[in-house]
Ligand binder design. Structure first.
Ligand code: F0G
Length: 370
């Protein structure tokens, strides 16, 4: 059957929609086996990555946005607003453009990855950089949405959670059951709330025989749910999850508790290590925040958390595409070496050696080609 987006596929589990569906055919993302990372996490581990960076705007936010924007349109809204560390902004801007709506975005000044900012601007959103953190921006948009005729499309909007729970459905559909563990990064805590709702609903419907234990990870410098208090000045190079006062914190703690899972912190160095392993060992280029889930799994693996005497299936959400944050990638690796356009220079820069003569008929010089 032709893929027509998550509302067409999972509509019977979603709020009833009377108006037209606003979709970019989001969802249906691949569940990619990660054999090398599996071995690093545990001897018997089968780790599969839910690659949400393949969504239309490059992150999981599109699942929630198709429902939130379709509902806002149905309710007659002409304008939407959100606070964002970048991905919600990119997604809201794209879906608002699709729906012919205006979109206002409030971002923490100077802290949003450039790919995301480019997306929001390209889709015609009006972007305001707030002098303050994401938490301050969220407080502002909550007030604005109460006092102005604009629809809030942050994950405080229940339609966002409804849409995002479909990622859990897709995982169960792909595996034929729920995994034993599911790992993911946590920022404002909407996504963990959505996954838990999705897994619960599938198990209640008999479409999954068990519930996964949720393994959720925050960055050490922005870990209010681990510390048990608000973090006034959150800090981490994973800017997507630089959040000190998560709106759905209570739901996140309940999901971790009820699933017999956990919420733990990973350091920026651990996130960097996972980011490198994902791109260089598995060919999966993600943005830094997305590597936090894998960083947490590697850490738990080192602590002997996973059973070593029987097969264990773990799924992990890779929340956003690596191209979202090109500066993060460029800062971690060596810049390109500049060379003259000569064979010898290229060979020596690559640390290779030239054979005495090119194989007959194989190599050609530019002159011969012409
Ligand atoms: N990973 C990425 C790439 C994100 O953009 C976010 C959140 C998260 C993880 C955490 O998800 O907030 O539901 O716990 N980004 C939001 C935004 C805050 O504004 O784009 P969460």
């Amino acid at each position: 059957m032709k893929w027509q987006g998550i509302i067409a596929r999972y509509g019977k589990h979603l709020p009833v929609l009377h108006g037209p569906v606003v979709t970019l055919l989001e969802g249906n993302t691949p569940l990619v086996p990660c054999p090398r990372l599996s071995r690093l996490v545990g001897a018997k581990v089968n780790l599969l990555a839910k690659v949400e960076g393949t969504n239309p705007t490059g992150s999981f936010k599109d699942r929630g946005m198709t429902v939130a924007i379709s509902k806002a349109a149905e309710e007659g809204h002409r304008t939407v607003i959100c606070a964002s560390t970048g991905n919600t902004a990119a997604s809201a801007a794209a879906y608002a453009a699709r729906a012919g709506m205006r979109c206002f975005v409030l971002i923490p000044g100077g802290e949003v990855a450039r790919g995301k900012l480019a997306q929001a601007i390209a889709h015609g959103a009006q972007v305001l950089a707030v002098e303050g953190s994401f938490d301050a921006a969220l407080k502002l948009v909550r007030e604005l949405s109460r006092r102005c005729p604009v629809a809030l499309v942050n994950s405080l909007n229940p339609n966002r959670i409804e849409g995002q729970k479909t990622a859990a459905f897709e995982i169960c559909d792909a595996l034929g059951d729920a995994p034993e563990f599911h790992a993911l990064p946590v920022g404002n805590a909407g996504n963990i709330t959505a996954y838990w709702k999705g897994f619960l609903e599938y198990s209640q419907l008999g479409l999954a025989s068990r519930l996964p234990r949720l393994l959720a990870f925050q960055a050490e410098g922005a870990a209010p749910l681990v510390l048990g208090h608000i973090v006034a000045n959150p800090e981490t190079f994973a800017t997507a999850i630089r959040i000190g006062n998560p709106a759905s914190g209570k739901q996140a703690l309940a999901a971790a508790h009820d699933s017999q899972g956990l919420i733990a912190a990973v350091s920026d160095d651990e996130i960097r290590e996972a980011y490198r392993l994902l791109s260089q060992q598995e060919g999966l280029f993600v943005e830094p925040a997305s590597a936090a889930g894998v960083a947490g799994l590697l850490k738990l693996g080192r602590e002997g958390f996973f059973p070593g005497d029987r097969p264990v299936t773990i799924t992990c959400t890779l929340t956003g595409h690596g191209l979202k944050d090109p500066d993060a990638a460029l800062a971690l690796e060596q810049p390109p070496i500049s060379i003259p356009a000569q064979l010898e220079s290229a060979v020596s820069a690559m640390g290779l050696e030239l054979d005495a003569a090119p194989p007959a008929g194989a190599a050609t010089t530019p002159e011969q080609e012409e």
